[in-house]
Every structure is written in structure tokens, then in C-alpha cells.
Design a protein around this ligand. Structure first.
Ligand code: GAL
Length: 426
């Protein structure tokens, strides 16, 4: 297969355990590439398995209909939040071996690739495909740099959601419909769950802990204070940050001990299986509840992380045209499908996210997704840390390393706070 040639090159630099997904068959005619022709497109994502792959498959189905002559080549690399994919992508870009298009988060993460001149300006495609009017202005602002635009967004996800098992809550003497105004109130509920022997809060490997951390900071500092962490206006060494890190420490004390060996689907599964009461995860988790046939509020409940009501912790997956992409025409075909109303409807319905386009048909979307559509329109929008909207990759990596040290007991809270401040350049 053509893509095996590409991916074999990178296998030498890739860490063990990367899952390289197979070709979906794009209905192409199998004709040879004429150098820069569009008859194939290698799409690099981390949607390699489970419901994430199902989302990608739904998008590929629309792609095959819209571009039957272009073969989809799946370059997915397993690992939630791009935990393995982003390093591998960087190696490939630096080696001059880019995929035809890759997944990147709108915001600071994309800025990294722009600054390194690794992605092309695709403003022309916005004109050609009529995308400028299709996306909300807020989102376009986050994608535009010096008047140019470098990617096409596929979706909008929300990172500050609690998912909970109502049966476990009832067993703990808690009302599944209860609302918690603050992290402190929520901690009281966790104490009740702990008394039953069940896990109060499920979590997985480090990036999911960073996802939890960002929502706790958001709850405690408020939207403005939280955004100030990324703009430099909030002091990382302040006592309000210390208090928030203490909350994070307390919450981590309620989590499953096998967490570091798990990825997000495992932590979500603990809610589905009734092993744990609460889980904080972006709304890709919604796809897992839907896959399990769960209906809210009977089988699961969801609400913004306590203290973050009215705030939408935002991220968007977008697709790029890398500099030196071997099949730029194939990449353009992919970007057209990603930005199309049909592509956005099919992909997001399966993925748990909401369309970035304002005119995509969402009438068949589930109840959770309808709440996300309303919240995105009405809430204060802030940028997700764990998902590339708030900081460059290097800073996120430093925060992730500091978090791992802290949650594995290799550093204390004071050191953790110092390391976070250092990551922010303080
Ligand atoms: C995010 C990504 C989502 C989802 C999640 C878990 O970074 O934007 O689409 O895939 O990671 O892997």
C-alpha cells in the first residue's frame, strides 16, 4: 500500500505502541500518483480506534461520496489527545516527510506550525468553498493570523463536562439531579461515594489529569482569571492558584489508582460499567455513552464541571495543508469535505462534538449535543489547555511533565506550582 511506504519511514523514530490504522479504501481508481496529483490523501490524526475512529469513518464516507477519485489513506496514530501523534508528526515535519494533511487544534497549537512555516495559508480555499460565511466569527478570529488562515475546522468540542453514573450516585445517597455550585460542594459528594467503596472520580493517563486540572483552575479562578494564566495576567505563583492546586490534589485523591495505564475510553467505561461515579472529560465521551445505548438522565447524567456553569471550555479540531504535502490536490479535496455541511453533520453526529459550521443540519443530534450547541452560542468561551487551544505545544508539554511528577508523587505541591509557573515563563 502506498501509505505503508510513508509510514515505514517514520516507524524508526516512532515510539513503540503506535497503532497505524489501515486503509479504508477510498473508492479510488488505483491510478499512480503523478507527483502532486490529487488521487490520494494521507490524513494524519489520532482517531485510531473506538468512537474516534467511528467519527473519522463517518467523515471518510462523505469524502468517498464527494471525491470518489481520491483514495483516503489513514495515517492515524493511537493515543488520546495526540499524546503520541504530536511527537511523531513533529519528527515527520522536521524530516521533510509531511502527511498530506494533519489534525491540529485551533489556537496556540496551530500557531506553532504557522511560526515554523510548516503549514500553508488556505485562505483561497475559504473563498473557493464559501467557508468564510459558514463559520462563526469567534472561531475565524482564533484561526486567523495576520489576515491569513491556515486550517479548516471540523468541529467544536467542550472540555469542561462531568459525566456521571446515576445508579452509583443513588447508592451513595446522592440525588443524580443535584447541582454542585463549587468544587468544595462536589468534594462532599465524592466523600459520600468513597464510603460505598466505589471510585468517586475516574481518570486516566496524564493528559486526562491535565484536562481535569484545567477545569479546576477554571472553576476556582473564573473565566477571566483562567484566561489570564495564558495571557500572563494571572500570576501562577498566587495564593488563589495554590488553593486551586490543593483542590486538584484532593480530587486526584478520589481517583482510581490504575489511572496512569489507562486512556480516556477506559475512564469513561468505568462510568458506563458503574465502577465510578464521576468523570471529567471532553465531550468526545458523549460518543461512548451513545455507543453503549445510554439515554440521559436514566443511564447517565452530565453537567459542566462545578463552578464552571456558563463557561464553555473550547477546542476545535482542524485540518491543515502542510508545506511540501506530497498530494496537495488530495489534501484540498479532504479540506473541502471537512468544511462541507454534509461532512460536518456526519462527523460531529458520530464524534460527540458540534459542527463548526453554523448551517450544518443538527436535527438528528442527541440531547447532550443540543445542550452543547446552546451553550456554545450563549456561554463565555475559554480556551482548553490540554487540547492545544490555550498554549503552544512546548508549554503544554512542560505542564504535562510537571503534572505527571506531581500525581505520581515525585514532587510536592509547592514544587508543582513552581514548575507550572516556570512553564508559563514566570
Ligand atoms: C482531543 C481532540 C478530540 C479527541 C480527544 C481525545 O485533543 O481534539 O477530537 O480526539 O483529543 O483523543
Amino acid at each position: 500500500m502506498k501509505r505503508t511506504r510513508v509510514l515505514t519511514t517514520v516507524a524508526g523514530v516512532a515510539a513503540a505502541g503506535l497503532a497505524l490504522a489501515g486503509c479504508s479504501g477510498g473508492g479510488g481508481d488505483g491510478g499512480g500518483s503523478e507527483g502532486g496529483s490529487g488521487d490520494e490523501v494521507e490524513v494524519f490524526t489520532w482517531w485510531a480506534a473506538g468512537t474516534e475512529k467511528a467519527g473519522l469513518d463517518a467523515l471518510v464516507e462523505v469524502f468517498d461520496e464527494q471525491h470518489p477519485d481520491v483514495e483516503f489513506v489513514n495515517g492515524a496514530v493511537a493515543g488520546g489527545a495526540g499524546s503520541a501523534a504530536k511527537d511523531l508528526l513533529q519528527s515527520r515535519l522536521q524530516a521533510g516527510d509531511p502527511p498530506d494533511t494533519f489534525q491540529a487544534h485551533a489556537g496556540a497549537e496551530l500557531q506553532d506550525y504557522i511560526d515554523a512555516a510548516q503549514v500553508e495559508d488556505v485562505s483561497d480555499l475559504y473563498d473557493e468553498f464559501g467557508l468564510t460565511e459558514a463559520f462563526p466569527e469567534d472561531l475565524l478570529d482564533r484561526l486567523t493570523v495576520d489576515g491569513a488562515i491556515y486550517s479548516v475546522p471540523a468541529n467544536i468540542h467542550r472540555a469542561n463536562v462531568v459525566w456521571a453514573n446515576p445508579g452509583v450516585l443513588e447508592e451513595s445517597g446522592l440525588d443524580p439531579a443535584a447541582e454542585y455550585a463549587s468544587i468544595d460542594e462536589w468534594i462532599e459528594a465524592m466523600e459520600a461515594v468513597e464510603a460505598t467503596g466505589k471510585t468517586p472520580l475516574s481518570v486516566a493517563t496524564t493528559w486526562t489529569q491535565v484536562n481535569l486540572l484545567e477545569t479546576v483552575l477554571l472553576a476556582d479562578l473564573g473565566a477571566e482569571g483562567y484566561e489570564g494564566l495564558w495571557s500572563g495576567e494571572t500570576d501562577w505563583t498566587g495564593s488563589d492558584v495554590t488553593a486551586s492546586l490543593e483542590h486538584f490534589e484532593t480530587l486526584m485523591g478520589f481517583t482510581n489508582t490504575d489511572r496512569d495505564g489507562l486512556d480516556w475510553p477506559d475512564a469513561t467505561q468505568q462510568i458506563i460499567d458503574g465502577q465510578a461515579a464521576f468523570n471529567v472529560m471532553g465531550d468526545w465521551a458523549e460518543a461512548s455513552f451513545a455507543e453503549a445505548g445510554f439515554e440521559a438522565p436514566a443511564d447517565y447524567v452530565y453537567f459542566p464541571v462545578p463552578g464552571t456553569e456558563g463557561v464553555f471550555d473550547f477546542l476545535a479540531d482542524s485540518f491543515t495543508l502542510p508545506v511540501g504535502a506530497p498530494h496537495p490536490d488530495g489534501a484540498k479535496a479532504w479540506l473541502e469535505t471537512v468544511g462541507s455541511a454534509d461532512g460536518q453533520t456526519a462527523f460531529n453526529q458520530a464524534k460527540g462534538s458540534i459542527p463548526a459550521r453554523t448551517d450544518a443540519d443538527t436535527s438528528e443530534f442527541g440531547a447532550y449535543q443540543q445542550t452543547a450547541i446552546t451553550s456554545f452560542a450563549e456561554d463565555t468561551i475559554v480556551s482548553s489547555l490540554a487540547h492545544g487551544a490555550a498554549t503552544p505545544v512546548a508549554m503544554l508539554n512542560q505542564i504535562t511533565d510537571a503534572t505527571s511528577k506531581f500525581t505520581t508523587g515525585a514532587s510536592d505541591l509547592a514544587t508543582y506550582q513552581e514548575e507550572l509557573a516556570a512553564a508559563a515563563g514566570e
